[in-house]
Design a protein. Sequence first.
Length: 286
Amino acid sequence: MRNMFRKRPRVSSPGPRKNQWKDSRVGQEAEVKRIRTLAGWKPVVRWGGAMAAVGVMTWAVTVGVQQAGPFLRELLEIHTVTVDGLHRVDRQEILDLAGVKPGMPIHHVLTSAVEARLEAHPWIKEAVVARVPLHELRISVVERKPAVVVRAGGENFLGDKEGRVLARLAQTDDGSLPMVTGIDPKKLLRGDEAVRQAVAAAVELARLMGLAYEGRLHVNAADSENLVASVRGVQFHFGEDGLGDQWQRFQQVMPVVKMLNFDGAGDGANDVDLRYENRVVVRERG
């Protein structure tokens, strides 16, 4: 009974420990900081990996090119240079102008530049350069054809139908071509446009008159407004423009013009002036 009324010791109720929540918050902050730190390193790691991959690929390509270099050069080099269309110009001269030869890389050939160099040659009217798989470079040229002999400065030159000077007349050239005189040699050699047109006009006259008269035509082109074409002793005067029309006008009256004196035999007119519009003047030279 005595123990029943004995005072029991007070037992404190359990409660939160001091700093318990504070420690929990510190741990969470540390975890967040760690996660943020790892997240910040991820781009760096990715960038470093990418750079490493690029480096490995670059190294692999470099090694591959070095190993395959001789094979690629062999695959892309010129083995054959074909030149077509030559009659006057030497093949080696064409190759020297083109600057190409077997063994050089075919992809190094700039075809447009080669064509321009070739067409600068007096005899070459047109040039086409083409790469032919796998190892051939083909050069096709169209040469100019002599159509007239130009007498200037005591020398004879060959010209084509466009009035361009090709070369000095050689012993092997055709000396029976139409002859043009009255040309300034300096202007002729530097390609003066007016001189070129005068020579071209003489070629056209030779074509027109050659259909009606045999014999070598001689054209004095000293005056572009009075081209004097002589054939078999008869002179024809042409104006600067409309050569075809002027000659057609003469052909219309030719059947009734019976007094022309060719070769100077007998009496008759030997001078025909076609420079006047709608008129043909026939007279005898004194």
